[in-house]
Design a protein around this ligand. Structure first.
Ligand code: DAH
Length: 355
């Protein structure tokens, strides 16, 4: 066998092409066997070198080694390339796409919340009263002594002030300013406005925040909500008041629920009453919550006192009216049998999401 019989360059070029176009490390391993293995043309040529003349053997041996070295290094670098891309493919294939695993509902925007139970109760109350012909009004949460007390027939040093202790604000004003203890002062604003604008009669409900120096407990919060009612018209009687409260009780709590009035005292109404409704827990049977009476007190009410009409310049000979007021938080507490009112303010989502 002569050097000329073996096309070393051709063999090397063929190997180079095959290596460059190999598409996997497994394919590359086959090429390695084919071009460099024991039975490869190159190995066989090496073995056959012994039959050559010394000079020719040396030259052919050098060229064979060169060709082998080149193929080995091409093979190694191609192997490194293919191994890297195979590894990248494997990682891509193994990747856990959580967007496919997590249900669409969880992936979308955070779930929408809903109104707080007390806000829901306020909105429902407004609906009920609007359905009965009332308009909804609002007033300031910081009031002067005049609106919160005096115009409501509670003069300075009157013992009734003890029922409504609150925070006094030092705003450098000549008048005493305080956080309103009830929504009743808005009665005064509405009557003054109606007198000034000549828009009597008034049929209004007034929801809003109130403040008292109460220690929080199961049935009291220092910041709470009331809804006030005020009707001023011609020929309004105590019967209108009782009928309105009964209508409201059925509309809000459901048919079959009763209301009753019991004599009470408020400086701004005469006569005054506390109104009670059928106990929502025992439905009138008698239970611990209603002290076995079957009734639960909801709020105060009465006929607008002539002294209040005087304060705002309404002639009690021409106009008469009734007013009522009760706590919205207390109402929501009773309707849903919430044992402790403080739960309303604790922001515990497990509590709030039940309503
Ligand atoms: N303002 C009273 C309170 O907070 C409740 C009340 C009683 C309101 C009688 C009224 C009423 O309008 O007529 O204790």
């Amino acid at each position: 066998m002569s050097d000329g019989d073996l096309d070393i360059d051709g063999l090397a070029a063929e190997g180079s092409r095959a290596i460059a176009s190999a598409s996997s490390t497994a394919g590359l391993a086959e090429l390695e066997t084919e071009f460099l293995g024991k039975r490869s043309a190159l190995t066989r040529a090496h073995r056959a070198l012994g039959g050559l003349e010394p000079e020719a053997r040396k030259e052919a041996g050098r060229r064979l080694n060169e060709a082998r070295d080149r193929l080995v290094s091409e093979l190694e670098s191609r192997r490194a390339e293919l191994a890297a891309s195979e590894r990248a493919d494997a990682l891509r294939a193994d990747r856990l796409d959580l967007t496919e695993v997590i249900p669409a509902a969880v992936r979308s925007a955070p779930g929408r919340g809903h109104l707080h139970l007390v806000s829901q109760a306020r909105a429902e109350l407004e609906d009920v009263f609007v359905g009965m012909g009332f308009v909804v009004a609002e007033g300031p949460e910081a009031e002067t002594d005049w609106y919160n007390f005096e115009a409501l027939n509670i003069p300075p040093a009157h013992p009734a002030r003890g029922m409504w202790d609150t925070m006094y604000l030092d705003l450098g004003e000549p008048e005493t300013v305080l956080l309103r203890t009830h929504t009743s002062p808005v009665q005064i604003h509405l009557m003054e406005q109606a007198v000034a604008e000549g828009t009597l009669p008034i049929h209004a409900v007034i929801p809003g925040k109130c403040f008292r120096l109460d220690t929080p407990d199961a049935r009291h919060l220092p910041v709470f909500n009331q809804i006030e009612g005020l009707v001023v018209d011609r020929g309004i009687t105590f019967g209108d008041l009782a009928g309105t409260i009964q209508l409201f009780t059925e509309a809000y709590f459901g048919p079959g629920m009763q209301s009753r009035l019991r004599p009470a005292y408020f400086p701004f109404t005469e006569p005054s009453a506390e109104f009670e409704i059928t106990c929502t827990l025992c439905l009138g049977e008698g239970c611990r919550t209603c002290s076995h009476t079957g009734w639960i007190e909801l709020g105060g009410c009465g006929m607008v006192d002539p002294a209040v009409f005087d304060a705002v310049g309404i002639d009690p000979a021409e106009w008469s009216g009734f007013a009522f007021g009760f706590g919205i938080d207390r109402l929501a507490q009773m309707r849903h049998a919430v044992p402790d009112m403080r739960s309303f303010l604790e922001n515990d989502i497990r509590f709030l999401s039940q309503f």
